[in-house]
Design a protein around this ligand. Structure first.
Ligand SMILES: Cc1cc2nc3c(=O)[nH]c(=O)nc-3n(C[C@H](O)[C@H](O)[C@H](O)COP(=O)(O)OP(=O)(O)OC[C@H]3O[C@@H](n4cnc5c(N)ncnc54)[C@H](O)[C@@H]3O)c2cc1C
Length: 417
């Protein structure tokens, strides 16, 4: 049995940021476990720029952003294991992992869950037809093209207009493919506005909103898809079917936080985010187990992942040193009211010395509204919002003095919808 003070599961930006912060806060015995053959997580395949604008005030590519943290991990002599997959964690904080050389068991004082998320596949949306070759998740195509140097197709349809789908529309075009269209079931794109402009409009790629893909054609290799207009309940409207020929379909239809380990360990999940339910110090329902990054909730920009990882790393370090920010303090539930789909964290530590960072998403697109954060009848913060878009996560930091004596549920509501 190996022993570490802190075991971090996942070597993406969340795990790396948490490790560096725990080290800065006095913890030397740290192990990062990563199943891939290198550190950096999904950022290694995101070779476009636009990362780090908040964190470094620079536009970096994904690998450049990851490298800044990998460098700090190495400079700080933080240990890491690659090609190692964590299979199980127990209530006693024992970690079982599979390495190149067989199983290992590690006893930890604290654990940080930073496993990221994976993409939904065709089965999740029930598209009709066979399952021929040429159907990829957008992330898998991104990895094959950007990391393995393999081109996946020539005539492409993309299903889903989230950021990964939009970025892959541009990437496939730059690599010489013809992207016929991006098909989006919703009335609006779930990607950032800047990505719609830079990845579709700049290349003349049409975006079909309120459309679905009902059928995949082709038995061995995909030959085309049928798209249809959908009504407000997303049911296809008869008579609107259109056949589009293609040899490749990229699915960008949502991300699922990778929480099998979390569920098996009996840690409580937040039903809306599918990530662990956490307090404002990022501690899950299991004492000494913290979480951050995409495994906690799906982030749009990595800078917020880093911000969150610092809170998890610092509080895991405090826990190991015997100082628990939530000890003997009142835990105040957070509740999303009108216009808000979810809030992380789920509980605020009243009087917590770090304050709290509220992350949330709006349910719909709103303009010229006010975001109101209240506890009982007391308005804690009120912010005018010119626009609110579900794809853009909102972060509202609350200072320690703002949560010093919270007693009643903390609610967030959009006023003026
Ligand atoms: C396919 C995809 C493409 C993306 N593209 C973009 C983009 O173009 N632009 C953008 O701004 N954002 C993009 N994102 C969002 C980006 O993922 C986040 O900003 C950020 O990378 C999340 O960091 P993370 O550390 O939480 O997760 P990740 O970067 O996903 O890292 C999690 C790490 O945990 C490891 N892991 C998981 N389970 C285990 C286990 N059991 N044992 C050991 N290791 C494990 C994984 O191998 C992975 O390296 C993308 C996300 C995905 C899923």
């Amino acid at each position: 049995m190996l022993n570490y003070d802190l075991v971090i599961i996942g070597g993406g930006p969340a795990g790396l940021g948490a490790a560096v912060e725990a080290k800065k806060n006095g913890i030397d015995s740290i192990l990062i476990i990563e199943r891939d053959w290198e550190l950096g997580g999904i950022l290694n395949q995101c070779i476009h720029n636009g990362f780090g604008i908040h964190e470094f005030k620079e536009e970096l590519t994904g690998p450049e952003y990851a490298h800044r943290f990998i460098k700090q991990v190495k400079e700080n002599n933080i240990e890491y294991l690659l090609n190692t997959m964590v299979l199980e964690i127990s209530e006693e904080k024992e970690v079982i992992a599979m390495t190149d050389n067989g199983l290992i068991m590690i006893e930890a004082k604290s654990i940080i869950l930073a496993m990221g998320c994976r993409e939904r596949t065709a089965g999740a949306v029930g598209i009709g037809g066979y399952r021929p070759s040429g159907v990829y998740t957008a992330g898998m195509a991104q990895r094959l093209i950007n990391m393995e140097g393999l081109m996946v197709g020539k005539e492409v349809v993309i299903y889903g207009s989230g950021d990964i789908g939009l970025i892959m529309a541009r990437r496939m075009t730059l690599e010489g493919a013809k992207v016929k269209c991006v098909v989006e079931i919703s009335t609006h794109s779930s990607g950032l506005n800047r990505n719609i402009a830079q990845c579709l409009d700049d290349y003349g790629i049409p975006l079909y909103l309120s459309h679905n893909i009902s059928t995949i054609h082709g038995k061995h290799r995909i030959e085309g898809v049928t798209i249809s207009k959908v009504d407000e309940k997303w049911n296809p409207i008869p008579g609107t079917e259109e056949h589009i020929s293609c040899d490749t379909l990229l699915l960008s239809i949502g991300l699922i936080p990778e929480n099998e380990l979390t569920v098996n360990a009996g840690i409580e999940l937040n039903k809306t985010t599918n990530g662990p339910s956490v307090k404002s110090n990022m501690e899950t329902s299991m004492k000494g187990v913290f979480s951050c990054g995409n495994v906690l909730h799906v982030h749009d920009i990595v800078d917020f992942v880093t911000q969150e990882s610092r809170v998890a790393g610092r509080n895991a370090a405090n826990y190991i040193k015997g100082f628990d920010d939530s000890e003997d303090k009142l835990l105040i539930e957070t509740k999303a009211l009108d216009g808000i789909s979810y809030i992380v964290p789920n509980k605020i530590i009243s009087g917590g010395k770090d304050g709290a960072n509220l992350y949330m998403r709006s349910k719909n697109i709103y303009s010229n509204v006010t975001l109101e954060i209240k506890s009982g009848n007391k308005i804690i913060k009120s912010k005018k919002m010119r626009t609110m878009i579900p794809s853009e996560m909102i972060n509202i930091p609350l200072k320690p003095e703002e949560i010093a004596d919270l007693k009643e549920e903390l609610t967030v509501e959009v006023i003026g919808i």
